[in-house]
Design a protein around this ligand. Structure first.
Ligand code: Z5A
Length: 240
């Protein structure tokens, strides 16, 4: 089992309310929130992001909905390479591709949106890298974190919603066609990813662990409750 101290290593926190201002970058706008949705394949991230975005729109708030790897033209091009099942990529190359996509994503999408006071909902961010390339591919987490720090400039989500489902259940939910390069890895890989996510949920700050096994509406209620517990001014508690 991966030891907790490795998970903690180099864990610095710079959420939107943190060091952005003190590091000399433009301050984030009022109301800015950076929220990541995380979990194994089929955990329900895209579904829950759609529901949260719809609920925000009903409150008159238009969130920035995006994903990783991707979210920018360069990032989508990198995604196509990273997930191409006809390519043989070693773990370090895979890591560097994910982080190249993140670097441009942070600079072109996330920071400008936060500076404009927007809510950013992203399908995956740095916990994916810790779980997939650290846990799944078994690259040293200290290296993964150090390189991630370079890619993000230290920008961390205000909250990561970790939708917890067993990988078997997640993979069984999939409805798309052929598996991509990472989806196609063996079940042990996906189990290591899920296990690392659970360890991260215990060790990292600002992670909400959500039971993703229930019906979609049930999971959404838990997601919204976690968001409104943390940001009641933005995610109004639901009635009834
Ligand atoms: N990756 C990485 O290795 N390192 C990194 O740093 C980053 C990414 C950033 C990107 O895949 C791949 O990149 C991913 C990790 C790797 N590879 N894997 N495996 P992605 O994020 O684009 O796609 P995904 O997450 O792997 O798969 P997904 O299918 O999009 O998962 P999802 O968004 O969590 O699920 P969903 O689309 O919301 O739901 C899937 C189906 O389940 C759909 O039919 C839903 O209607 C259904 N569903 C959703 N919720 C429920 C519930 N609660 N009950 C029943 N059915 C449900």
């Amino acid at each position: 089992m991966r030891c907790r101290s490795r998970i903690w290593a180099l864990s610095t926190t710079t959420s939107t309310s943190g060091r952005l201002e003190s590091s000399g970058r433009k301050p984030v706008g009022p109301g800015a929130r950076f929220i990541a949705f995380e979990g194994v394949e089929g955990a329900g991230k895209s579904t829950q992001i759609r529901l949260v975005a719809d609920a925000l729109r009903k409150q008159g708030i238009e969130p920035v909905v995006t994903r990783e790897p991707g979210g920018t033209r360069a990032g989508e091009a990198i995604r196509a390479v990273a997930l191409d099942r006809d390519l043989e990529l070693d773990p370090a190359t895979e890591l560097l591709l994910m982080l190249a996509a993140r670097s441009v994503f942070v600079r072109q999408v996330v920071r400008p949106a936060l500076e404009a006071g927007r809510i950013v909902l992203t399908d995956r961010y740095e916990l994916s890298t810790f779980a997939y390339q650290g846990g799944g591919r078994q690259l040293p987490l200290t290296d993964v974190r150090e390189l991630n720090q370079l890619a993000t400039g230290g920008l961390r989500p205000d909250l990561s919603m970790l939708l917890d489902v067993d990988p078997d259940r997640g993979l069984a939910r999939r409805t798309r066609g052929a598996r991509d390069r990472i989806e196609g890895a063996d079940l042990d890989f996906h189990r290591r990813v899920a296990q690392t996510y659970r360890e991260l949920a215990r060790a990292e700050p600002n992670v909400a662990l959500i039971d993703g096994r229930g019906e979609i509406e049930q999971v959404f209620a838990a997601v919204w409750e976690a968001l409104s517990a943390r940001f009641p001014e933005t995610f109004a508690p639901r009635q009834g």
